[in-house]
Ligand binder design. Structure first.
Ligand SMILES: [Zn+2]
Length: 220
């Protein structure tokens, strides 16, 4: 579960948080409540997906407590891709919501990275084989039509092309459409370390997308 939460927190589309104070006295409680609420929301949303096993509410309660808080409310149906929790620490309560883009959680067929540049395909197959289940392929080659779908979804979620552009490339502009990029899931630090130690021609050009790996030399 811990590993899953770590991976999921990296691919969270976004989290929305707000704080309600019943007393202005304790700033520390406020900070701790928000941290506990964030942790609880992340744990619950991860648990609610197809990879989860326990109930999202139990996970939210567990992670709230591990962070010194108490779960007050959990709006988290199993199977839902959005949860909202309220957590109390001392005099403060905090609300946090977490959301997962379900398409980012579906492992692609890792044995057949069709449409990828052959050099990238070979590198990714090697990396996934050596990682022994700790790293998997989430998204490889995308048609322009698939990229358009992602773009439209990002537009409605982030409100403007400028904001959407931070997360998804507009159709016609993604390295995925050229077969030169993959998105990996699982242990991304492990993936990067393996790419390094195996001498694979892979790198991560986008600071805000740690899951996005490209073939070295494909950008100039
Ligand atoms: Zn990508």
């Amino acid at each position: 579960m811990t590993v899953l939460v770590a991976a999921v927190s990296l691919i969270l589309s976004f989290t929305v948080s707000s704080i309600h104070l019943r007393s202005s006295a304790v700033a520390t409680d406020r900070v701790r409540a928000q941290a506990a609420a964030d942790a609880a929301a992340l744990a619950a949303v991860a648990e609610g997906t197809i990879y989860g096993s326990a109930s999202p509410e139990e996970q939210a309660r567990l992670f709230a407590e591990r962070n010194g808080g108490e779960l007050i409310e959990c709006d988290c149906l199993s199977g839902s891709y959005r949860v909202q929790v309220e957590v109390e620490v001392g005099e403060a309560t905090a609300v946090a919501a977490a959301m997962i883009d379900p398409t980012m959680l579906m492992p692609a067929d890792a044995t057949s990275p069709r449409g990828l540049h052959p050099r990238l395909a070979v590198s990714i197959e090697r990396l996934i084989a050596v990682a022994q289940g700790r790293v998997y392929l989430v998204s490889g080659f995308r048609s322009t039509q698939q990229q358009s779908l992602l773009w439209d979804r990002a537009l409605s979620r982030y409100g403007s092309p400028e904001a959407a552009d931070d997360w998804v490339a507009p159709p016609g502009n993604s390295m995925h459409e050229r077969g030169l990029a993959v998105d990996l899931g699982g242990d991304l630090l492990q993936a990067a370390a393996l790419a390094d130690s195996l001498g694979l021609p892979l790198y991560r050009p986008l600071a805000n997308e740690p899951w996005h790996f490209e073939l070295v030399g494909s950008r100039r």
